[in-house]
Design a protein around this ligand. Sequence first.
Ligand SMILES: N[C@@H](CCC(=O)N[C@@H](CS)C(=O)NCC(=O)O)C(=O)O
Length: 227
Amino acid sequence: MALELYYWPTPNGWKITIFLEEAGLDYRIVPVNIGRGEQFEEAFLRLSPNNRMPVIVDPETGASVFESGAILVYLAEKTGRFLAPSGPARIAALEWLFWQVGGLGPMGGQLGHFRNYAQVKLDYAIERYANEYDRLLSVLERRLSTVPFLAGTDYSIADMATWPWLQPHERLGQSLDPYPAVRRWFDTLAARPGVQRGLEAGSELREAGGLDDEARRVLFGQKGRRS
Ligand SMILES: N[C@@H](CCC(=O)N[C@@H](CS)C(=O)NCC(=O)O)C(=O)O
């Protein structure tokens, strides 16, 4: 039976479509239009107490999992792929997975907000998050100068979690030019058919459901639910 993926095509969503495509799992996208505020609906809150996508529901086990890092671990354990079962490679994958979820994702998200969406341009905020995103790129550079993938020798869920937050680096006003090892790793992943399919998954949803004025108010406005 197909896994259900509650999803909208954004970096946090792509982490999961990339895994599902790489592993060749059968899944069905349930769109959660975050531009229109569907993440705040009561039925969704029962699956995702933090009102955010992605979420998966596995009809085979009845499990419902929110938070992209937890979903990736769940899927890796379900399939026995992209996460070592024990030992140093597993710990390394989890280190970099948590690094992404706790650092690169939120910093990239804030940078995107202040650079591309905020109704008031705040130079201080843009500079703060740009510096932090850049610092995290230099952390990646040190790691990827010594190993081909974040967990070491093998491609893992840590790479799948991190790549989607580098994919929009140009839109975030950042360059990979100072980081040759990051660039090599970025291009290696970008060339993988599974990554390309993950990035494409549900892209038609975005075109069909761009942000209208009300959605912008909810997500980004001063009086919206997130202000
Ligand atoms: N820590 C969460 C973050 C998820 C997240 O921020 N999702 C965004 C889209 S990329 C979302 O649902 N946003 C809706 C909102 O901000 O109200 C995870 O890794 O799953």
